[in-house]
Design a protein around this ligand. Structure first.
Ligand code: KG4
Ligand code: ZN
Length: 332
């Protein structure tokens, strides 16, 4: 079965065609440039950009997959969590398309989409696994009993991991969103230059990033412009080390305590080179396996939505066309 995925929960307009939740025939992602001058996503601007580009993006996804709408057996679109206006554009568009063409429709939880990116790519991943979802809006540690059955072990109490990367990147004048740029800069820095605080309460799986972000801001205030210029990469690396260490420590501990062999990371921050490296090392030492998606499937995309939509469809059948956008949709 060919699944058409549509994703518009934030500032990426995306459409993809995936076969049977396994093979990606096309995965078109248009990152809206309109927000750059504002230094962050402006929801109303995002909605308007989605309206302008959703049809060309769909056309490109169909053409790259070398298929037409006649070939599509299922339409899947993100219903939440995300920004209400942007969500409504993609969801309404997808429902209209499904209704007009008589194609079954499935609304998709964006978070389920993120971890489905691993199921899509790694076919030997255990059904029961531990999943760390780290994106611009979320930091969640989840025990996936099976697809659709989740125990949330921990989440962030304040900023999401990606949000912390973006805020620190902004402090370092790296532009927006600066997570990937910070990762690049940190590669030439000394991670032991400053020991920023690790918000680790050993007894639970909760995360917190606002203290770390403030610590970086306070440290920067103490530096002269010359010192800042000289140590920009060191500060990026020191921040990244603190941000990543907590994620790795809690995930490794949860995998051991719960006796779970396979661990996945997903979401934009799963593209982080230090997170991948440190997590692989720690889990390897505990005889655990780590899986992460290709970089293009870490940040928001529609192939992961198509895949999650397919797994939902197999489990529960088609969804309802009355499904509405839910900005604060949770996994459980
Ligand atoms: O999953 P995503 O595209 O959007 C949300 O659902 O939020 O994640 C975007 C986030 C941004 O905060 C971005 O800065 C961060 O992922 N990000 C990274 C890297 N690449 C993207 N953070 C750290 N290192 C990276 N290499
Ligand atoms: Zn996302």
């Amino acid at each position: 079965m060919l699944i058409l995925g549509i994703e518009t929960s934030c500032d990426e307009t995306a459409a993809a065609v995936v076969r049977d939740g396994r093979d990606i025939l096309s995965n078109v992602i248009l990152s809206q440039a309109a927000h750059v001058r504002f230094g962050g996503v402006v929801p109303e601007v995002a909605s308007r950009e989605h309206v302008k580009t959703i049809i060309p993006v769909l056309d490109q996804a169909l053409s790259e997959a070398d298929v037409t709408l006649e070939d599509i057996g299922l339409v899947a679109a993100t219903m939440g969590p995300g920004l209400i206006g942007p969500l409504l554009v993609g969801l309404t568009f997808a429902k209209g398309l499904a209704y007009a063409r008589g194609i079954p429709f499935v609304p998709v939880n964006h978070l389920e989409g993120h971890f489905a990116a691993n199921v899509l790519e790694h076919h030997d991943l255990d059904r029961h696994h531990l999943s760390l979802i780290v994106s611009g809006g979320h930091t969640l540690l989840v025990e996936v009993v099976e697809f659709g059955n989740y125990h949330i072990l921990g989440r962030t109490k304040d900023d999401a991991a990606g949000e912390a990367f973006d805020k620190v990147a902004k402090l370092l004048d790296l532009g927006y969103p600066g997570g990937a740029e910070l990762d690049r800069l940190a590669q030439s820095g000394n991670p032991r230059y400053v020991r920023f605080p690790r918000a680790v309460r050993h007894e639970d799986y909760q995360f917190s990033y606002s203290g770390l972000k403030t610590a970086v801001a306070l440290h920067l205030k103490k530096l002269s412009p010359e010192e800042l210029e000289k140590h920009r990469a060191d500060i990026a690396a020191s921040f990244q080390e603190a941000a990543v260490e907590v994620l790795v420590e809690k995930t490794t501990k949860a995998a051991s305590q719960k006796g779970i062999r396979d661990v996945t990371i997903s979401g934009g921050v799963a593209a982080n080179s230090r997170l991948r490296q440190m997590m692989a090392k720690q889990l390897g030492q505990h005889n655990r396996r780590l899986f992460y998606p290709s970089p293009s499937l870490c940040t928001d995309n529609a192939a992961m939505i198509a895949a999650a939509g397919f797994y939902r469809f197999v489990k529960d059948g088609p969804g309802e066309l009355i499904a509405n956008a839910i900005p604060y949709l949770t996994l459980d």
